[in-house]
Design a protein around this ligand. Structure first.
Ligand code: 13P
Ligand code: SF4
Length: 304
């Protein structure tokens, strides 16, 4: 760590203490941000942590929908998102109005929203899911038709794992679409002893070539437990920092160096410090939306 980072870290930790704050970071965050966090995890783990924390302030190092989920679960806490422009392009591919329209066309369908969606979209949904909980959530539903928003690729993957009839919204993650089957086939040739893990947001042709299809938290667990010493990792490359840190004896190869989520990288140590100093930008979901969105999030948390 450079002098500047050490200085910033010290200031952040002092301020964190005096504000009674907790720092939660997603697995895709910059290495230096992961290193100062109290907890690093996937979307499901982060929402579970947020729901349980007794801190007064949550500094959410991730993207907007994740901070909103924390606000949905913890209305009494101040939730800070150190860069308010850190959004998720996939979450923006479905709006509450667009969803209401589609629901009118599909009366009786149960709406399942991926956690990568706005609070307003969650408020229009029956149940929420994350990549770690998706199959379990869908399996638990007793419905003729399930409308799944917004990720068509996660939706497609789940539909191969259940008999349920799923109608898919045409959203996608631009970062995961940067991973192509040719990347995996080249790397498999180069590392014949390796295992390939990919995120279910990847296109089906990529998923078909994987040994394991896992959430980012699932990948961290798999990396610890597998006997394989080389892992080809098909997801956003921020996770490589954590994988290497936790498994110094193993080799982690990104499926594509281009799989970068620019939004996740907007959060920096400087912005975290500034955010704690100024107690802004705050993410707070309006109460009327929050109460409806909470029903969908709570339902997921009950199922998992
Ligand atoms: P995870 O819940 O697996 O961490 O995924 C979040 C995400 O945004 C993937 O792109
Ligand atoms: Fe959204 Fe994709 Fe970034 Fe995840 S990696 S936050 S789905 S754009």
């Amino acid at each position: 760590m450079g002098n500047r980072d050490t200085e910033l870290t010290e200031k952040i930790l002092n301020l964190k203490k005096s504000r009674n704050a907790v720092i939660l970071a997603h697995n895709y965050q910059l290495g230096e941000v992961q290193d100062i966090a109290d907890f690093v995890g996937d979307s499901l783990e982060l929402s579970q942590k947020a729901a349980k924390t007794d801190a007064d302030v949550i500094v959410f190092c991730g993207v907007h929908f994740m901070a909103e989920t924390a606000s949905i679960l913890c209305p009494d806490k101040v939730v800070l998102l150190p860069d308010i422009h850190a959004g998720c392009p996939m979450a923006d591919m479905v709006t509450a109005e667009g969803l209401r329209q589609r629901k009118r066309e599909l009366p009786g369908a149960i709406v399942v929203c991926y956690v990568n969606s706005s609070a307003e979209v969650k408020a229009e949904s029956d149940v929420c899911c994350t990549s770690a909980s998706a199959v379990k959530v869908i399996e638990s539903l007793d419905a003729k038709d399930i409308l799944f928003v917004p990720d068509q690729y996660l939706g497609h993957y789940i539909s191969t794992k259940t008999d349920k009839k799923m109608i898919l919204w045409p959203g996608f993650c631009p970062t995961h679409l940067r991973i192509h089957p040719k990347h995996l086939s080249h790397l498999r040739q180069e590392y014949p002893q390796s295992k390939v893990v990919v995120h279910p947001e990847c296109r089906p042709e990529v998923v078909d070539l994987a040994d394991e299809v896992l959430s980012t938290g699932g990948m961290c667990r798999f990396a610890r437990e597998t006997k394989a010493e080389e892992l080809i990792v098909g997801t956003e490359i921020g996770i490589i920092h954590r994988l290497r840190k936790e498994n110094p004896g193993k080799k982690f190869i990104p499926a594509s160096e281009q799989a970068i989520c620019p939004m996740m990288k907007l959060i920096t140590l400087e912005k975290i410090l500034w955010s704690l100093e100024e107690m802004t930008p705050e993410v707070r979901v309006p109460e009327e939306v929050r109460l409806r969105a909470k029903v969908a999030v709570d339902k997921m948390l009950e199922i998992v």
